[in-house]
Design a protein around this ligand. Structure first.
Ligand SMILES: [Zn+2]
Length: 469
């Protein structure tokens, strides 16, 4: 398997640190709002990378964080008159619903920054002890960029150029910085902000340190793949490398993977241009499987343009696959010991070759665009050759192959297999409403409907919990 490594700017053969295992960390969203479709791209792309490793038999440990302490979260909490935790917990729950609707698997661990402060204090102290960080008068702790000679190796920036470019850019309040490139590891609290005790001041962590710490805690000092959107290469990932490699004295990640930007109608997505979409908004118009399929129609490193036309094309493409699976399911149920029809053996070989083509595309830096074409060729083969007279073996083989490859892409081939979490939550809310209004007949009716959908409710002290049976 080959992976394009941002560090070397080349495709490299994938060699795991431990044979048969993949340790992977993907930077997750800052939870102050519903996620937008730009957030959805790395989620879908790297979930597909994970699925392909699993398909190849690797044991994948996949960690993705939620940044739950940040200026935007605090601002929102102040606006709403609640504490920051209330805001972040709400949007973590919403984000998980969107992920489920896009068929993104939950990570092995979803750590949250506010629950990892101890590890951050420890790593910051190590960096200070080793001379890679220093404490300013007001208690701010800065990383000393000049102490790490390899700084700039990921973004391919030259440290001297960075220095001269930033020399004039001293920011008010940061007069104590030794150098404009130095970045914050810990900062003092401001009025009304959440804070933690530390040896330097009451305050909170900088953004970059959380990923270095959570990656180390859940995956170890060295990992195979660190991934995220290309906007994270500098400074976020560059700073993570500096922190982790200086603290641990070891290379951090072997491969750095970055997905390209998502544009809307060939323009950058922004609230001011009015072309900003949340995943939830797209979910009102389309099944989010369509969004997933659309995202995979391009190579993950290419810029991707989102438009209504392209979404319609993806909807039709997905429908073509689902209709084919419907037909194969039907044929498979009916086919009984028919004699082999002419050409089945050759067609089976052709299908096998298309599966190999799919794998070849995925082995080549996860080229999902070509992998999707291989699936379409299989669909074409199935549509033109599977018929009432086909043998069960032939129909089953085609059906199984298409479903297996769609599963690698995270595309659900069974229609209406699972109700979306959001629908279930809505029904539960309606039942609560009915109970409040003492309309117990309606409440019971909703409970019955949910049961028919395979959802069991449990009334607990923390509220209603549900699970699929
Ligand atoms: Zn990160």
């Amino acid at each position: 398997m080959k992976i394009f490594n941002t560090l070397s700017r080349r495709k490299e053969e994938f060699v795991p640190l431990t044979p048969g295992q993949v340790k992977m960390y993907v930077c997750g969203p800052t939870v102050y709002n519903l996620i937008h479709i730009g957030n959805a791209r790395p989620m879908i792309v790297f979930d597909t990378v994970r699925r392909y490793f699993e398909y190849k038999g690797y044991d994948v440990r996949f960690v993705s964080n939620f940044t739950d302490v940040d200026d935007k979260i605090i601002k929102k909490a102040i606006e709403e008159g609640v504490d920051a935790n209330t805001v972040s917990e709400r949007y973590i729950a919403e984000c998980k619903k969107d992920m489920a609707a896009m068929n993104v698997k939950p990570a092995t661990v979803h750590p949250q920054a506010t629950q990892e402060i101890c590890g951050m204090l420890e790593m910051i102290q190590t960096l200070i002890d080793k001379g890679h960080a220093y404490v300013a008068k007001d208690g701010t702790v800065y990383f000393r960029v000049s102490s790490f000679k390899e700084y700039g190796k990921l973004s391919h920036k030259n440290l001297d150029e960075l220095m001269s470019g930033l020399r004039e850019l001293k920011v008010t309040g940061e007069e104590d910085k030794e150098d404009p490139n130095d970045f914050v590891l810990w900062k003092p609290k401001k009025e009304g902000e959440p804070y933690w005790e530390s040896p330097w001041c009451q305050g909170r962590p900088g953004w970059h340190i959380e990923c270095s710490v959570m990656s180390k805690r859940y995956l170890g000092e060295q990992i195979d793949i660190h991934a995220g959107g290309e906007d994270l290469i500098f400074p976020h990932h560059e700073n993570e490398i500096a922190q982790s490699e200086c603290a641990n004295g070891k290379p951090f990640a072997t491969y750095w993977m970055h997905n390209g930007f998502l544009n809307i109608d060939n323009k950058k997505m922004s609230k001011s241009l009015g072309n900003f979409f949340t995943v939830r908004e797209i979910g009102e118009k389309y099944d989010l499987q369509v969004l997933r399929f659309f995202m995979l129609s391009a190579h993950y490193r290419s810029p991707l343009n989102f438009s209504a036309d392209l979404m319609e094309a993806s909807k039709n493409g997905l429908e073509r696959i689902l209709t084919c699976v419907d037909k194969l399911n039907d044929l498979e149920a009916k086919a009984e010991g028919a004699a082999e029809t002419c050409g089945e053996q050759e067609n089976m070989e052709a299908a096998g070759k298309l599966k190999a083509k799919f794998e070849e595309a995925m082995d080549d830096d996860f080229n999902t665009a070509d992998a999707v074409s291989a699936v379409f060729e299989l669909v074409k083969l199935a549509n033109s050759t599977a018929a009432a007279g086909s043998t069960k073996a032939y129909v089953s083989f085609l059906n199984k192959t298409i479903k297996e490859l769609c599963d690698v892409l995270g595309i659900i081939t069974e229609r209406g297999k699972e109700a979306l979490d959001s629908e279930i939550e809505e029904m539960i809310a309606a039942r609560q409403q009915a109970r409040k209004a003492k309309n117990f007949a309606l409440a019971d009716e909703i409970r019955g409907k949910l049961l028919d959908m395979g959802i069991v409710l449990e009334d607990t002290r923390e509220g209603v919990k549900w699970k699929r049976v």
